[in-house]
Design a protein around this ligand. Structure first.
Ligand code: ACM
Ligand code: ZN
Length: 716
């Protein structure tokens, strides 16, 4: 009989023997003396275990451990089927002369293989070995998933394969593929070619085309690749909202049937599928008829999140539908639509999954609810009798979602697991693409995988993750080192030297920043000083490769540069970092309202007075304002311009208004300007902005005050 020398479940600190760096930690493990030398091994698959050893065989070949022929075999590795084990469970025993691996399914055998991969050690002799060990293991949750949004940014098939390899190592078993959204339709549908001819491409604000899609052949390739690694692909096609790209391709599917462009900005869009036209249903069913056969998963994710109802309220066809179906309001119309879709899916043998909004207006118990809005929604799903998948969003910046917060994530609701299939760590791709995703995912996903496989975080987790990160970086994945954001940059005006100082902070010590301004360029690590106006592009890099698009900061010539400003009422302290010179620092805001260059006022009519220090010749005054209605930032109704020689007697020059509808979602920048017929002599300039008033009835924040955002008063 073998005496275990260490039983890890009881004892974690054996000073002389390194605890194996396994993630996730197995349910039970006993290490024994001795090793199995991975040399001249023969790999056998028992009855009913055909193909279970394929992945391990590839590893053995890579480690030079496989015997070339029968006669050479010194030791055996045997996969055998044991139907008494649970679906994903496995048991293996490594002894000096043989390894036996038992599971009841190929998935279980693949999980065993992943554990064996992590246990393999290179001996001093240069050959590979496994420690003698017995592992019994099984997952705590059935749904251990991640979601990838390939709409906002596109990821190639090669990328997806590398990503799936990493999910499989961690015994994650669901890849939720978010295939469509407003900014791109990413899957070929032969009956509706414009979905990808039109809907897969967008024209960015700089005029470049961005996009891509997967052919049905590529979809099959990804699904098969995942399946070979024990991962089920759950496709998501958004319905009935988040569909601007589809409406850009087929405008007749929307209530207003008007022409739309595939959007280049983020947020929630008002145009959704019309629930009145029968043709919308024909379309969606045709799409499902083509796509469902590509995915063997028993689930289909139909979206259902963030559906504004204002188009339906004003649409005759939708209102007629509500009347005919006896629906009292648009919320019931959505519930009716999801139910109709669920029935269609059920006829095709699929269970519908949807975001937690599908609970609103009544939900059939057979649907799976993906809870993204917290415990309250999870309780609702439980009370309604639905199974659920919980979430922790990994696109959150590391400063906002710290490692401690990830460690604290627990899919249970009020301490109980009933109704909880498991959880996902979705990656939304607005700010993320293939260059940076590793920074958001690693090492968070190691913590997530451990929680999902074992139900807890076990002792030594940080130490066990460390070698994984080294290996990931060796394979070209950027990983996060601490709770620092990938890249932060601030540019500040320095009045004393009339220069601008860019201060950056990269999330890793081995990153740098490439800068370019006109014909000049270079790299730096923390601080860059600029002496003249122009546009500087800052690109954060890891190992010399960009990990994000460049951040462009524009400095404009301004007669008022560094001039004293008096702002009444003062700007909100949460926005704009320079209260002394924010409106006269030469710095223009970027497309991001939170960039510290925009100043904000909520429900106010700000007045900005600039002192040019002496009487100057003024031929133009302008101020730039931002609109991003989704976050309540609206252009001012009007801007009036005045000048004064002494700060007491004021002369009105003009008032400027605009014709940009609040509906234009933005972010967009509009310059308000005054150009007197002849140049003026003035020491003081005053700009008064009139707030546009309450947010309109269709807006999510209807009736609330709107914000004014402005970045610079430019005097010429
Ligand atoms: C979601 O984040 N709209 C599901
Ligand atoms: Zn309609």
């Amino acid at each position: 009989m073998r005496i275990p020398i260490i039983a890890y479940a009881l004892c974690f600190s054996a000073a002389t023997i390194a605890q194996p760096a396994l993630v996730p930690w197995p349910k039970s493990m006993e290490e024994h003396e001795g090793v199995f030398a991975i040399q001249l091994a023969g790999l056998l698959e028992g009855t009913g275990a055909d193909g279970w050893g394929t992945m391990l065989r590839a590893d053995l070949v890579a480690m030079g451990g496989l015997a070339h022929n029968q006669d050479e075999i010194l030791r055996s590795i045997r996969f055998q089927r044991d139907d008494k084990l649970d679906k994903e469970a496995y048991v293996f025993t490594v002894e000096p002369d043989q390894v036996t691996i038992a599971a009841s399914t190929r998935e279980g055998a693949l999980h065993a293989t992943q554990t064996l991969r992590q246990l393999a050690r290179k001996e001093n002799t240069g050959t590979w070995a496994w420690p003698c060990i017995r592992v019994e293991d099984a997952p705590a949750y059935a749904w251990r998933g991640t979601m990838l949004d390939v709409s906002r940014h596109f990821y190639t098939v090669d990328f997806l394969k590398r990503y799936l390899d990493e999910l499989a190592r961690l015994k994650l078993n669901i890849f939720h593929w978010h295939l469509t959204d407003d900014q791109g339709w990413r899957v070929e549908v032969k009956k509706y070619p414009k979905l990808t001819e039109v809907g897969a491409w967008r024209t960015e604000t700089d005029g470049t085309r961005y996009g891509g899609f997967y052919t049905q052949e590529q979809v099959k390739e990804v699904v098969a690749y995942a399946a070979a690694r024990g991962i089920t692909v759950v496709p998501e096609v958004e319905f009935p909202g988040h569909c601007s790209a589809a409406l850009a391709a087929y405008p007749e599917l929307g209530c207003r049937q008007d022409t739309l462009a595939v959007p280049t900005t983020w947020g929630v869009f008002h145009d959704v599928y019309c629930m009145g036209w029968d043709s919308t249903w024909t379309f969606f069913q045709d799409v499902l008829d083509e796509l469902l056969p590509l995915f063997p998963a028993p689930w289909f994710h139909a979206g259902g999140d963030e559906v504004p109802k204002d188009r339906w309220e004003r649409c005759n066809a939708c209102q007629e539908r509500m009347h005919k179906e006896g629906l009292d309001n648009e919320q019931e119309l959505q519930a009716w639509a999801m139910k109709r879709l669920q029935n269609y899916l059920a006829r095709k043998g699929k269970r519908m999954v949807g975001w937690d909004e599908i609970l609103e207006g009544g939900l059939d118990k057979a649907a799976v609810v993906e809870v993204w809005r917290g415990d309250e929604q999870a309780r609702k799903a439980r009370a309604n009798g639905n199974e659920m998948v919980r979430t922790i969003y990994f696109d959150a910046s590391p400063a906002n979602l710290t490692m401690d917060a990830v460690k604290a994530f627990d899919p249970r609701v009020d301490g109980a697991v009933n109704g909880i299939l498991g959880a996902e760590c979705p990656v939304w791709s607005e700010r993320i693409d293939a260059r940076s995703i590793g920074y958001y995912v690693f090492p968070r996903i190691q913590l997530f995988a451990e929680r999902m496989w074992t139900g807890a975080l076990n002792s030594g987790i940080d130490r066990r993750i460390a070698p994984q990160l080294t290996r990931l970086e060796g394979d070209g994945w950027i990983t996060a080192q601490a709770d620092k954001d990938l890249f932060l940059s601030k540019v500040r005006y320095q009045p004393a030297t009339r220069s601008w100082q860019a201060t950056t902070r990269c999330g890793r010590a081995d990153m740098d920043v490439a800068w370019a301004m006109g014909r000049d360029s270079g790299t730096f690590n923390d601080t860059l000083v600029l002496h003249a106006p122009g546009t500087v592009a800052l690109t954060p890099r890891w190992r010399g490769r960009p990990v994000e698009d460049a951040t462009a900061i524009t400095i404009v010539p301004n007669l008022a540069l560094g001039a004293k400003q008096r702002v009444l009422p003062p700007a909100d302290r949460r926005y704009g970092s320079d209260p002394l010179h924010g409106m006269t620092d030469g710095l223009l805001g970027t497309g991001s309202y939170g960039d510290d260059l925009w100043q904000g006022w909520w429900g106010m009519d700000p007045s900005i007075t600039i002192d040019l220090d002496s009487v100057r010749t003024v031929s133009e005054i302008s101020i730039r304002c931002l609109q991003q209605a989704g976050v309540w930032i609206v252009l001012p109704k009007s801007v009036s311009f005045e000048t004064s020689r002494d700060g007491k007697q004021w002369t009105s020059i003009s008032m400027d208004v605009h014709h940009v509808p609040v509906e234009t979602p933005g972010p967009l920048v509009h310059a308000f300007a005054a150009q007197p017929a002849t140049a003026l002599q003035a020491r003081y300039v005053r700009v008064q902005l009139r707030n546009s008033g309450k947010l309109p009835a269709w807006h999510m924040g209807a009736g609330a005050d709107s914000w004014i955002f402005a970045d610079e008063v430019v005097v010429r």
